[in-house]
Design a protein around this ligand. Structure first.
Ligand code: PMP
Length: 419
């Protein structure tokens, strides 16, 4: 395996390649092929950027046609045909059917760009500085997003104090021992609490990087109510849990809430091209023209593949139904895996799920054993103690079963008491 140039020239900050020491070359659907011909089932899905699998033919064709026709590639935020088609399709397919009147802002093309935009507009509109985030949250690596991210190793990397963010307990942080939002409600009411009213609360409905805890719908509803009562803006970071990952296009849909601001990225382009959007209630869209700009906002090839993905997958509920079935199948398999290890338990929702192990060494060993057997899965949580399994939403029943068999087999090899 030739990795000399990576060792010689690529920054040591690289990380995924350390867990999967091979050189990938081709990919289709739920599978990646290394240059030595080894095939891997990919239940990592680009950390959620490949919800429709690798190189989906309809999406790839749309891009190929666009390139062949010399479609404009780069145009900052000028009007383009590709942008018009995306916005019209997004409006008809996603926003209108869900009764959402949000405006669509295109920030830079990554998740953290969508989050920075959300934090900035919430502060501008309210004139307040603080943001409430949750324990074990993950919102990205730039300074604003890092300030609302929990992980201490990632925070330390900032090299500068991270300001104006207050962590609050996520759902079930005290194992049901404390009523939800007791603390937030008290300190917001109490003008002597020392904590000023925040501009916004930012929340993930399932904590993708922080350990796969899934918030209960009633907890999300109570949070939305609390925010409304105190006129605190509610930001749902749907960068990882959105675009169908938990079964509905937006992960908060089953809770029946309407966030003030919604962050999307990862699978929005469908094909894995960089792309992000921050959705704002119209009354929050108070920017001056150009006040928040950037060179790569709304990349036309990503508009094209995103439009193709909406047409292919979101004009009916076939994908959502299939994903619900696969989600149930995944939960069953993960519960079988958890049963091999005392104290281990299923976590997550839909196809954003995993197993929490009390022994913090286990999940990484399992992921390594799965790689040896031809399956890509990662870990999640502050101590990488959760095995995280994220197949494409388009995974077949047979592929999912094959991946689950590999996990059980890996579990039998790695878990001390599972013979
Ligand atoms: N928010 C959430 C919920 C995420 O999972 C991630 C990425 N893991 C981000 C934001 C940041 O996205 P990006 O890496 O594209 O900046």
């Amino acid at each position: 395996m030739n990795t000399a140039v990576f060792d010689r020239r690529e920054s040591v900050v690289r990380s995924y390649c350390r867990n999967w020491p091979t050189v990938f070359d081709q990919a289709r659907g739920a599978e990646q092929v290394a240059e030595d011909g080894t095939r891997y089932l990919d239940f990592f899905s680009g950390a959620g950027a490949l919800n429709y699998g690798h190189n989906h033919p309809a999406l790839k064709q749309a891009l190929q046609d666009y390139l062949a026709g010399d479609g404009v590639i780069h145009s900052l935020d000028m009007y383009s045909v590709a942008k018009r088609e995306f916005l019209e399709t997004f409006e008809e397919t996603i926003l209108q059917p869900r009764g959402l009147d949000h405006r669509v802002q295109f920030p830079g093309p990554t998740g953290t760009n969508a989050v920075e935009t959300a934090l900035k507009i919430a502060r501008k509109v309210t004139g307040r500085t603080d943001i409430v985030s949750f324990t074990n949250a993950f919102h990205g690596m730039t300074l604003g997003s890092l300030a609302v991210t929990g992980n201490s190793m990632k925070r330390a990397g900032a090299g500068t104090p991270l300001y104006h963010a207050t962590p609050a307990p996520y759902d079930d942080y005290f194992d049901g021992g404390t009523p939800d939002f007791l603390w937030l409600e008290r300190v917001w009411e109490d003008s002597g609490s020392g904590l000023s009213l925040p501009a916004a609360v930012i929340v993930e409905t399932v904590q993708g990087e922080g350990g796969l805890k899934a918030a209960r719908m009633e907890w999300l509803r109570a949070l939305a109510d609390l925010c409304r009562r105190f006129d605190v803006k509610l930001i749902v970071d749907d960068v990882q849990a959105g675009c169908g990952r938990t079964g509905t296009f937006f992960s908060f849909e089953p809770a029946g809430i309407t966030p003030d601001i919604i962050c999307l990225s990862k699978s929005l382009s469908g094909l894995g091209l960089p792309f992000a959007a921050t959705l704002l209630r119209p009354e929050l869209d108070l920017w001056e023209p150009g006040e928040h700009n950037g060179t790569f906002r709304g990349f036309n090839p990503a508009f094209v593949t995103a439009t193709a993905a909406l047409r292919e997958f979101w004009q009916d509920d076939a994908l959502a139904q299939a994903a619900a079935q696969r989600g149930a199948q995944l939960q069953g398999g993960l519960e079988r895996l958890a049963a091999l290890s005392p104290g281990a338990s299923y976590r997550g929702r839909g196809l954003l799920a995993g197993v929490h192990f009390p022994d913090t060494e286990v999940a990484e060993k399992l992921a390594a054993a799965a790689f040896q057997r031809g399956l890509l899965v990662e870990t999640s949580g502050p101590d990488s103690e959760v095995l995280k399994v994220m197949p494409p939403l388009t995974v077949t029943e047979e592929e999912l079963e094959r991946g689950l068999d590999i996990l059980i087999d890996s579990g039998r090899a790695v878990l001390p008491r599972a013979a």
